[in-house]
Design a protein around this ligand. Structure first.
Ligand SMILES: *[C@@H]1O[C@H](CO)[C@@H](O)[C@H](O)[C@H]1NC(C)=O
Ligand SMILES: *[C@@H]1O[C@H](CO)[C@@H](O)[C@H](O)[C@H]1NC(C)=O
Ligand SMILES: *[C@@H]1O[C@H](CO)[C@@H](O)[C@H](O)[C@H]1NC(C)=O
Ligand SMILES: *[C@@H]1O[C@H](CO)[C@@H](O)[C@H](O)[C@H]1NC(C)=O
Ligand SMILES: *[C@@H]1O[C@H](CO)[C@@H](O)[C@H](O)[C@H]1NC(C)=O
Ligand SMILES: *[C@@H]1O[C@H](CO)[C@@H](O)[C@H](O)[C@H]1NC(C)=O
Length: 736
């Protein structure tokens, strides 16, 4: 029986439009994200053979060759164009498109630094501020100025005080004990926190100058005092070694101090800002343990002493001083220059250029150094060479691979930060992950500070590379000191802008020193090829291992149709961080109502005036539980999608199109997952830092601070700030 009125048929026009639309959509996917194609050309290599070719290329180990080459070239920021061009040409030879991308940034070059110990106005001792030449290591013959980047120009003479690590706590102790730093020179000791922050703390305490020295106590087991020979005859630090470095206030702002939050290209006339918030206003000079000894000894018996401030300087009792009879003169003269930073950008364009995996390390350093950064440069060069073997076979990655070789890292992450600021929008849209390496090898122990989205892909790549016979890198990681635990990223290397400013999942690859491996002569002339081949990595085996590991991580991230980021470990970590924080909330805060304190909070999800902070904590915990379940489900669906993609060839055109759309949608969610943690306002007093989970510790620099706004509000006992931060955190959890 027919219906009395024929139902309306879909018009042919609509049908045609739909078809055309789907075709266009298909075409767009084809150009933007085709894994295998809907219609044509099969891939030349499957994922397994891609990996085998990659690993096969690294059966030949050229690490020693690159390391030697890199370590003999001049490389202070802005003076290293010869090396930059050489490295760019190498990347080109391996089949990359390589260019030099330039930015302007403030730098400072040494003219003269000096220190003297004076008794009643007469110089009684003047350190050479130079490392000893040693016969075995030719690199020690190149005398390189001992100075700190951005140290203020000045010539000061004053009483001096031993200030331990120069932490906030150390200066608080001094103040409490009545040791006044006003108008004095602070003697700071390396260790614990980033050196620029030591200087900042000294400056805030009223000091007019500072020296920073290396104490053998901070070197662990392998010290002369324990019977080990010093470099070059043994693993202990040579007593004349000087640690150079930047004195920038890293946890307030990385990148060019003249252009906070934006980048300047050469020839731009963008306005510059006053940098004085971000760099010292007092002169500071680094000194070796040997040469600080006569200066520190004079403090013995003067001032006060603190229980845990002792060390191993011979003849010094670790009194704070001052000694009224002795003063120190600190002289620093540097040329401050707005210098061109040369980043090398090497690109292997993928079938899908809209999704990018970025690998980076820096190429500038204080001295022609083998370890920092050129163990990293060496590993990256090996990665590029092995990928180049694939390119020779006509291979093209599925997603684009970009290698950034950054300039100016040592002064303050200049090259990477300016790049990140300049391309912020594009990078946030496209970059799947940022893989960093800096000092790739200075000891035997794998360290992998990273973000939870990368945990699973790192484990997978690590399980496919041998650390040594019968032990994979993953087994090494799980049985080592860190028991397979991924640590959190802080700062001190080029991942900072990508994670903490742009919200891009990041990892920092390195084999680091342990208390029983040779002491790494960080930022001294002894960080040489000789040190590396003799003590750091004999045979350059670990350079080879890390190149394999990094490359497989890249391939895991570029080659699979479903991006290899996974979400389910993120909520676990968030809960861990939040539990630590909530355990420290003062009990009397918990009864405070949210509206009383947090009335001005934008987007406050809690309308009722009766809700308390205690309720909010409970609510966050509930949201974390929900997120845990939701993320586990999402990851499960990703595994399903990955499985379906394996059977791609069995699908018809429409099934393929449908799968492509679902895969694209999942990948979109994965790419943007970490971006949810960005808060445009940034952290209090340092708005450049936008990530609400991971940041550089404000008083530590290198070490990370998790959920920084909450932690800092708690430390400062600022209840309403704590409530605002908690409300924001809850909002983010809901959005994920
Ligand atoms: C790739 O290698 C893995 C691990 O060896 C193996 O399980 C898998 O079946 C291989 N896949 C193909 C397509 O050969
Ligand atoms: C630093 O100042 C003192 C006192 O004015 C002066 O004698 C000395 O020459 C200066 N030092 C340098 C290196 O110029
Ligand atoms: C930049 O400076 C140059 C020379 O100082 C000037 O000619 C040019 O107009 C300026 N450009 C802008 C955009 O201000
Ligand atoms: C290099 O750039 C050219 C021109 O844009 C492009 O066709 C080619 O695919 C690129 N090669 C690589 C390896 O990215
Ligand atoms: C590696 O494992 C194999 C098989 O278990 C064993 O025969 C060999 O001795 C091991 N090699 C080393 C260096 O431990
Ligand atoms: C919070 O309020 C409840 C109910 O008014 C009260 O029993 C409790 O003692 C209060 N706790 C604190 C820490 O003030």
């Amino acid at each position: 029986m027919g219906s009395p009125k024929p139902s309306r048929r879909p018009s042919w026009k609509l049908c045609l439009l739909t078809l055309v639309g789907l075709h266009l959509l298909g075409g767009w996917f084809l150009s933007s994200s085709s894994f295998g194609q809907l219609t044509d050309t099969p891939m030349t290599l499957d994922a397994n053979s891609t990996k085998s070719v990659y690993l096969g290329a690294l059966e030949t180990n050229l690490a020693a060759k690159w390391n030697k080459k890199y370590a003999e070239t001049e490389q202070l920021t802005g003076t290293n164009l010869k090396m930059v061009k050489w490295a760019r040409d190498q990347f080109e030879k391996f089949g990359f498109n390589a260019t030099i991308d330039e930015y302007m940034a403030l730098t400072s070059y040494p003219i003269k630094t000096s220190v003297s110990l004076q008794k009643e106005g007469t110089t009684v001792y003047e350190p050479s501020l130079a490392e000893d030449e040693v016969e075995k290591d030719p690199a020690s013959k190149h005398h390189v100025a001992a100075f700190l980047g951005y140290s203020a120009n000045g010539n000061v003479t004053a009483d001096y005080v031993y200030c331990h690590y120069g932490s906030v706590e150390d200066f608080a102790l001094l103040k409490k004990a009545g040791v006044d730093l006003t108008g004095k020179i602070a003697i700071l000791r390396y260790g614990g926190i980033f050196r620029g922050l030591k200087v900042r703390h000294a400056q805030l305490a009223g000091a007019i100058g500072a020296l920073i020295y290396s104490d053998p106590k901070d070197d662990g087991e392998m010290i002369v005092q324990n019977g080990y020979k010093a470099f070059p005859d043994g693993p202990a630090r040579n007593p004349s070694a000087i640690q150079r470095g930047s004195s920038q206030f890293l946890s307030l702002l990385p990148g060019d101090p003249l252009s906070p939050g934006y980048a300047r290209k050469p020839g731009d006339n963008s306005t510059t800002q006053d940098p004085s918030q971000y760099i010292p206003s007092i002169p500071v000079v680094p000194v070796s343990s040997k040469e600080i000894t006569p200066i520190l000894k004079k403090l013995s018996g003067h001032g006060t002493k603190f229980a845990k401030w002792d060390g191993l300087i011979d003849g010094f009792d670790y009194s704070t001083g001052p000694n009224p009879k002795y003063t120190v003169n600190v002289f620093n003269h540097q040329k401050f220059v707005d210098a061109v930073q040369h980043n090398i950008m090497a690109v292997l364009e993928g079938h899908n250029p809209h999704e990018v995996v970025l690998l980076g390390n820096h190429h500038d350093s204080w001295i022609p150094a083998a370890g920092d950064p050129h163990s990293g440069s060496t590993a990256v060069m090996e990665v590029a060479r092995a990928l180049g073997e694939l390119v020779k076979l006509g291979w093209k990655p599925q997603r684009t691979i970009v290698i950034g070789s950054w300039d100016g890292e040592e002064y303050g992450l200049l090259g990477s930060t300016e790049f990140g600021e300049y391309f912020a929008k594009d990078l946030k849209k496209k970059v799947v992950a940022y893989l960093n390496t800096d000092v790739a090898v200075n000891g035997p122990m794998l360290q992998l500070p990273t973000t939870p989205l990368l945990y699973s892909v790192l484990r997978k790549a690590a399980s496919q590379v041998d650390y040594k016979t019968n032990q994979t890198v993953l087994e090494h990681f799980e049985t080592g000191d860190n028991k397979g635990e991924f640590s959190a990223l802080g700062s001190g290397s080029d991942f900072t802008v990508f994670l903490e400013h742009l919200g891009i999942p990041s990892v920092d690859f390195s084999f680091g020193a342990t208390s029983t491996s040779a002491v790494y002569p960080y930022h001294s002339t002894y960080d040489s090829y000789y040190w590396m081949k003799t003590f750091g990595d004999p045979g350059f085996h670990l350079h080879n291992v890390i190149a394999k590991f990094i490359g497989l991580t890249i391939l895991e991230l570029t080659e699979s149709p479903v991006i290899a980021l996974r979400t389910s470990e993120y909520p676990t970590k968030l809960a861990e961080y939040f539990n630590t924080i909530s355990a420290g909330i003062p009990p009397e805060w918990l009864n405070s109502t949210l509206l009383g304190e947090g009335a001005a909070v934008p987007g406050c999800a809690h309308a009722s005036a009766d809700l308390t902070l205690g309720d909010l904590v409970d609510s966050i915990n509930t949201k974390l539980t929900t997120l845990t379940e939701k993320s586990a489900e999402f990851d499960l669906s990703l595994a399903g999608l990955a499985e379906e993609n394996k059977h791609w060839d069995d699908l018809n055109y429409w099934q393929k199109l449908k799968l492509l759309i679902r895969t694209k949608r999942a990948n979109f969610r994965l790419i943007y997952y970490e971006r949810h943690f960005l808060n445009d306002e940034g952290l209090k007093g340092r708005s450049w830092f936008k990530h609400i989970v991971y940041a550089s510790g404000r008083y530590t620099g290198y070490a990370g601070q998790q959920l920084p706004a909450l932690t800092e509000a708690l430390e400062d006992l600022k209840k309403s700030e704590f409530i605002s931060a908690a409300l924001y955190f809850e909002k983010v959890l809901i959005s994920l």
